[in-house]
Structure formats: structure tokens, C-alpha cells
Ligand binder design. Structure first.
Ligand code: GCU
Length: 568
């Protein structure tokens, strides 16, 4: 799914700003035809969650309605006009001028609708109904009454239009998709480009690759809607975490003497593979240091905040992290673009967290996981920073999970045979689905949820269990979560739980275990920052305090320790 661009053939306007908004606690908006416009509204910021923008109603999860008016910004007889949502959590119905143009389920991936035949030149009214209410048939699913809102996952279920809404236009006949796969032979980089076009005949494609003093041009006749081309870059500057070299690839569609469509994207030439228990980036072993994270901030909730993305990358650079996992859902396209530009390795995860495989929900949950992995790979397949797909976080493993993940693994492998696939499993669970993984990711909290207060004993258990897991599967292991809730400013000697000293010692000793295992290829601390959760007796102030930074990005003692270890 090509992100909208601005050039002579394509254009977009960003509808971010203040929209009209209204809660619909009696769910009467559909019956009262709010789709044609509604009154008694208040202003709301888009993109952002609605939960923290008002004085009350924080825990109202929907339905709620948004509306905005706009004039048609262009007249292009050979162009299509689409409306694109970066992400809306969780269910959205979209109307234009009172007509339903589509609906989408899933809160973390983009979707768009063709409105060419519905948009009018004067005032257009876009209305969106968003429903964030939890359900055991959703992914991620609702949970037990142990917390409120009743999530089966450990983060607050923020709702709303979370990423930019773009009105964009593309040529009716032109480029529909581009897939880039890179490989390396000695000092030569090979860029395989697959182009999807539609409705073109007697047309040509011209690829122009620029970067580092190189300019390579290749042209080929379009024979059908799927076309493969390859560029060889001698003496290529490869992409890696130290030197995230990116080339500029422009794809022009030429008919007669005229270019009729054009799209530009960044290309990083790199390879990623699992071999002999190592993760190889450009055929060299790479060890992942970094974090599990969340898209989370006061007031904006899960909304897209450009300055926060820059801040988090600055902190991860400062601390010596080279990677992160998009726990527990895909992050914004803008964050992925910056991972390419700044040289971070990303484990890209679909929102399959807290799956329980209940017999009355497993079918729907599998359908949604299929949808999400398709949407995710369509969106993120061209990022050099994406090195692995994660199919789930902590599925409650059961016999059914084996079939479930076998099917999902095969689907993912069929969609992308260039990246390793993993599933993230929780502590001491029968890891039935691990056999379908190329890399094993495990979340372990011995010394916190079990053996509380006893870090040395916890590390002994962790060490023995890792060896056993490796003996059984003979696959490399990433410790994808480990951490301790820590109240900033809380100190104790000797270290005790919730103190900064305890978190520092906990992380340091866990890292010591990781470094003693040749088959461990990475350590991701849980979490980069404190983040908001549902209310519950396990979460003081409805917060998970395992961050090495506070929610407003101030370092705890452990951050300085990690900086010393990771930057050595
Ligand atoms: C789990 C889970 C996280 C959660 C963490 C914790 O491993 O993956 O989402 O926040 O444990 O309990 O802190």
C-alpha cells in the first residue's frame, strides 16, 4: 500500500486538525442518521485518542462520532480520489455526504476508500463512527473483570483516530504497488523490484536509482500488470545500524513521450537471515539491544506525535539501543520511516496479544490475524529496518494454538520469504507454537512475578530454562521482555522491589545471563518508558512502571546503567 505522495501525478492534503466530535452513549447515532451530519458537537484534535482530551469520559470506549467538511482540492479527470486513515481504534464506519463508503476493523493499520464518484466540488461532509468497545471476538480481545477497562492485555485501550487522515489522488491508470527486495553479492547490491500497475498498455517503466555518487537507470516495457526488474549496484553502500545508507529509487511510468505516473521511495540494501543460531545482518552476526515499547503519551494517548517519535529515537540512540519490537501492535508509518533513516532494527508485531483460543472466538480471531499480517506486510515490506515479523505476544498456548500459528506462519512465509518469523511467548508456558518460528522470543519475569525479591535465584532459573529451551528447539533466542516496576526516586539498599536499585540490578544481572549464552541474539528490556494501563490492583495509578524512562521521558537509574553496558 503506497503511502500518499506529492508530485505532478499524485497529491494529498492532510485533514489533521480540529474536527467536530460527539459521544454516542445511547448508540442512537446510526438510527438518527448522524451520518448526514450531527449537532451538539465539541471540537476534538485529530490525530489523537479521545480518552484524555476531555475532563471526563476517559473510560468511555465508544461509539463516538467525528465529522469534518472539506472542498474538493483538485479536478483531475484521469485521477482517482481516495480518503486514507493511518489507523483508527477499533471499529470504524465512514460516510461521505451521507453515503457509506466503507468500514474497517482493527486499530493499528491503514485503510483507504475510493471516493472518486462520491466527492463533490463544494462542501463535502466526512463522518466517521468509531467504536472502541472491547470484545472477546476482537484482536486484541477483552479480558476478565480483574481490571477496568476489561482488557486481556496490559495497556490502556485508547480509542479514536490515531494517525493522519489524508485525502489523496493518484492516476486512474498507473502504479498500484512496489515491492523491493535486496541481496548482496560481494560488493554488489542487487535490488529486485516488483511493480504492480493497472490498465496500462504500450507503456514503459523507468527505474532511476540515485545515491552516493551513483545513478542507475533501467527501462522496460510493461507486458502485464505484474512486472519484475532488477538493478545491480557495484560498490554499493549497504544499509546497517551504524551506516543506514539509503538510496533514492524513482519509478516512472512512461506512455509515448510522457510520464503519466511517478513514485519515489527510499531503498536500503541489506540482507537479514538466521544461520547457525545467529542473526546475520549483511552476513555478519548482529546482537539486538533495545526495548519493547508502546505508543503512549499523556493527553494524546496512542495518537501520532511527531516530536515524541524524535525524542524516543534520541533516547534510544543515547542509551545504545539498536532495535525495538513494535509491542503489541504496528506503529506509525512515520516511526518506521525514521527507523530506516536512523538505522534501527525492528521486530514488527501484529496486535495479536492476549489470544485465548476460546472455541467461540478462535475462528474470528484467526481471520483477524490473517487480515492484520496481510495489512502489515503490505505496509512495511519495503523497510530495511524491519528484520522480523512477530505473529503474537504471549498467546495462551494450547493445542489449538499450534494449528493457529502453523497457518499464520505459512501465510506470512508466503507473503514474505525474506524475513525470519517469530512468536513471543510468556514465562514457563508450554511453547507449542515455537516449532513454527525461526527465532524464539521469550518474556521472562522471574524475580518479579515469581521469586519476588530474589534476583540471583531468578537468574539461575532463567539460565537453566534458556538452556533447556535451546536444547529442545535449537533456534536462536531473544529475551524479548524482562524488567521490574520502578517508582522514580524510590531507593533502597539493599535493593528491594520497586526501587531504582532493584530495577538496575535486575536488568544488569539478566543481561549477564543473556551474554553468557552463545545462542542468545538479543535483549529487549521491558519497557522503554512507563505507560498507561487499565485500572487494577497490579497497576498503581493505572500505570506500568517498568520503563527505564518515566512516561514524560526522564531517565531512571537503570537508564544510565544500560547506557554504560550498551555503549561499551
Ligand atoms: C507481559 C506482556 C506485557 C506486560 C508485561 C508486564 O510480558 O507482554 O504487555 O506489560 O508482561 O507484566 O509488565
Amino acid at each position: 500500500m503506497l503511502y500518499p505522495q506529492r508530485n505532478k501525478f499524485r497529491h494529498y492534503i492532510d485533514l489533521s486538525g480540529f474536527w467536530d466530535f460527539r459521544f454516542d452513549p445511547d448508540d442512537k447515532g446510526v438510527g438518527e442518521n448522524w451520518r448526514t451530519g450531527f449537532n451538539n458537537s465539541c471540537p476534538i484534535a485529530v490525530p489523537a485518542s479521545w480518552n484524555d482530551q476531555f475532563a471526563d469520559d476517559r473510560d468511555f470506549l465508544g461509539p463516538a462520532w467525528y465529522q469534518i467538511k472539506f472542498k474538493k482540492p483538485w479536478d483531475r479527470e484521469n485521477g482517482k480520489t481516495l480518503i486514507r486513515f493511518g489507523s483508527v481504534n477499533y471499529l470504524s464506519d465512514v460516510w461521505l455526504n451521507g453515503e457509506l463508503i466503507g468500514r474497517h476493523e482493527g486499530g493499528h493499520l491503514p485503510f483507504e476508500f475510493d471516493i472518486s464518484n462520491k466527492i463533490v466540488s463544494e462542501d463535502n461532509l466526512l463522518v466517521v463512527r468509531v467504536d472502541g468497545r472491547l470484545s472477546d471476538k476482537h484482536v486484541p480481545p477483552s479480558g476478565t473483570p480483574m481490571n477496568y477497562p476489561q482488557t486481556n492485555f496490559d495497556f490502556y485501550p485508547f480509542c479514536g483516530i490515531h494517525r493522519p487522515v489524508l485525502l489523496h489522488t493518484i492516476p486512474k491508470k498507473g502504479l498500484r504497488d512496489i515491492t523491493v527486495q535486496t541481496s548482496i553479492k560481494d560488493t554488489t547490491g542487487i535490488i529486485d523490484v516488483t511493480l504492480e500497475t493497472n490498465g496500462l498498455n504500450e507503456a514503459y517503466t523507468t527505474l532511476t536509482l540515485k545515491g552516493f555518487g551513483t545513478e542507475i537507470i533501467d527501462t522496460s516495457k510493461i507486458e502485464n500488470d505484474i512486472q519484475k526488474m532488477a538493478l545491480e549496484v557495484n560498490g554499493a553502500k549497504f544499509w546497517n545500524t551504524e551506516s543506514p545508507n539509503l538510496y533514492d529509487l524513482t519509478v516512472d511510468i512512461v506512455k509515448g513521450d510522457f510520464i503519466i505516473d511517478s513514485y519515489s521511495l527510499k531503498v536500503g540494501i541489506r540482507t537479514i537471515e538466521v544461520k547457525d543460531d545467529k542473526l546475520l545482518l549483511n552476513s555478519k552476526p548482529i546482537y539486538l539491544t533495545g526495548f519493547g515499547r508502546h505508543e503512549d503519551f499523556p493527553i494524546t494517548g496512542r495518537g501520532y506525535v511527531p516530536a515524541l517519535i524524535i525524542k524516543d529515537y534520541s533516547l534510544m540512540k543515547w542509551i545504545g539501543a539498536n532495535s525495538f519490537r513494535t509491542s503489541h501492535y504496528p506503529y506509525s508509518e512515520q516511526m518506521m520511516d525514521l527507523a530506516d533513516r536512523l538505522g534501527f532494527l525492528v521486530i514488527d508485531e501484529i496486535p495479536a496479544v492476549g489470544l485465548t483460543f476460546g472455541k467461540n472466538v478462535i475462528e474470528r480471531q484467526l481471520e483477524l490475524c490473517h487480515q492484520y499480517i496481510e495489512e502489515l506486510i503490505k505496509r512495511d515490506k519495503n523497510h530495511p529496518s524491519v528484520i522480523m515479523w512477530s505473529l503474537a505476544n504471549e498467546p495462551h498456548s494450547s493445542l489449538k494454538s499450534k494449528e493457529f500459528f502453523k497457518e499464520l506462519y505459512n501465510k506470512t512465509r508466503a507473503l514474505d520469504n525474506t524475513r525470519p518469523i517469530t512468536i513471543v511467548h510468556m514465562m514457563a508456558v508450554k511453547d507449542k507454537a515455537f516449532e513454527f518460528c525461526d527465532v524464539l522470543c521469550i518474556n521472562r519475569y522471574y524475580g518479579w512475578y515469581m521469586q519476588p525479591g530474589k534476583i540471583d535465584e531468578a537468574c539461575e532459573i532463567l539460565s537453566k530454562e534458556m538452556d533447556k529451551l535451546y536444547e529442545k528447539h535449537r533456534k536462536p533466542i531473544i529475551l524479548s521482555e524482562f524488567g521490574a516496576d520502578t517508582i522514580p526516586g524510590w531507593h533502597s539498599q539493599p535493593p528491594e522491589m520497586f526501587s531504582e536499585e532493584y530495577q538496575t540490578e535486575f536488568l544488569r544481572k539478566y543481561i549477564g545471563v543473556c551474554r553468557s549464552k552463545p545462542y542468545v541474539i538479543g535483549e529487549h528490556v521491558w519497557n522503554l518508558c512507563d505507560f498507561k494501563t487499565s485500572q487494577g490492583i497490579m497497576r498503581m495509578g493505572s500505570m506500568n512502571h517498568k520503563g527505564v524512562f518515566t512516561r514524560d521521558r526522564r531517565p531512571k537509574m537503570a537508564a544510565h546503567m544500560l547506557c554504560k553496558i550498551w555503549k561499551k
